[in-house]
Design a binder for this molecule. Structure first.
Ligand code: SIN
Length: 184
């Protein structure tokens, strides 16, 4: 089980003084939007790939039987597509709690699909957090997702909702679609 990252994230001062911040969502933040935002725009970030390599002990699994949820891994030349939200700084308080199982705020360069760019923030779970599970054969990842269930619901719903949201954005993510096919 990971260290609770809530307190660490509250120490981040990078965006202090701003009245609004761009948050880039690449996992559940694309399809589970339970926070207020001023606007949202499809966007992508360079040099990252989405992977179901982060353990979920608190939302989509339990400490005894963790699920698997999305994080990003460095991948030069790759692009990860998702959704950017313009939020006010106080919205980070509940998001830090939602993402507390190993995710840390990280500053990134965002590219909006329709043109311009901005500095933004992601919640990133690196291999240094103790909930990180890392790579495994796709069949094994899919089987773990098929079994796992946590306080936020079945792990399969996380995966299938993400696959559906990416389809709606016209985004092809071979890792997500290969897993979704195994669960369908
Ligand atoms: C994100 O969606 O951007 C972070 C990971 C998650 O909450 O699924």
């Amino acid at each position: 089980m990971a260290l609770d990252t809530t307190a660490l994230n509250r120490q981040m001062t990078h965006f202090d003084g701003r009245d609004a911040i761009w948050l880039f969502g690449y996992g559940s933040l694309i399809w589970k939007v339970d926070f207020p935002y001023r606007e949202r725009r499809p966007a992508f970030i360079h040099g990252w790939s989405r992977r179901f390599w982060q353990g979920s002990h608190d939302h989509r699994g339990t400490p005894e039987a963790p699920g698997r949820v999305a994080t990003l891994v460095r991948d030069p030349g790759a692009e990860c597509h998702g959704m950017a939200y313009r939020i006010t700084p106080e919205v980070l308080t509940p998001l830090d709690v939602r993402e507390k199982n190993g995710y840390l705020r990280e500053v990134v360069a965002l590219n909006f699909t329709d043109g311009d760019s901005a500095e933004g923030l992601i919640y990133l779970a690196t291999e240094e957090n103790t909930a990180f599970l890392g790579d495994a054969p796709l069949d094994a990842i899919a089987a773990q997702i098929a079994r796992a269930h946590g306080p936020s619901g079945p792990n399969r719903d996380y995966l299938l909702n993400l696959a559906e949201a990416l389809r709606a954005l016209d985004v092809d993510d071979p890792h997500v679609s290969a897993l979704a096919q195994r669960l369908a």
